[in-house]
Structures are given as C-alpha cells and as structure tokens.
Design a protein around this ligand. Structure first.
Ligand SMILES: [Ca+2]
Length: 101
C-alpha cells in the first residue's frame, strides 16, 4: 500500500513545482470583424474543434437563450483564424436546442 501511494505522489510533486504559466491579455474573438456576442445569460462554453473536417480549427459555442449551439467556420488559417457568420448546429433539419439546468 505504501509503495502505491509514493508512485501517485511523485507526479503531483512535479506539477506543484512547475513554472507558473503566464498568459497574454484577453482578446475578444471576432466574427465578421466584430466581437462575438453570446447573448444574455452567458454560459457560452466555447470549444475549438475542426467541426467540418477541412483541417482548420472552428469555433463552437452555446447560447443560453434558446439553448442553441453556434458553429463558426474558420475561413482563415489555424495560426490566424477568421470567423464569418455563424450557423446553428442542426439535427434532422432542426436547430439543436439544449435545455438548461
Ligand atoms: Ca474546420
């Protein structure tokens, strides 16, 4: 039992002594040249993924109002993404709507 505990603690000690990450100042993500407005209520939960399989990372996020999921196709490049108008994700021809709570 003691041996297993030692193995578990060793990686945690390495994480605790790692260099503290430093982040740049926040920037607003834009679509069509203006900051994306996720609507009232927040809870956007942005997610970066190549949704359409073209090799470029796209943006998905939820919107609290109506529970829909927006898809922004990356029309730029992965190192300099650009987003245009969004589309709501659909299933069987209807917008996906997720309930809250
Ligand atoms: Ca893509």
């Amino acid at each position: 039992m003691t041996t297993r505990l030692s193995i578990l603690l060793a990686p945690l000690a390495a994480v605790a002594t790692a260099t503290t990450p430093v982040f740049d100042a926040p920037v607003a993500i834009e679509a069509c040249g203006v900051p994306i407005n996720v609507g009232n209520g927040g809870n956007a939960s942005p997610f970066i993924v190549d949704w359409n399989g073209d090799g470029k990372q796209d943006l998905l996020h939820g919107q609290f109002n109506g529970g829909k999921v927006r898809f922004y196709d990356n029309i730029g490049e992965n190192f300099a993404p650009e987003f245009g108008y969004f589309q709501y994700l659909q299933a069987d021809g209807s917008d996906i709507s997720l309930s809250s709570g």
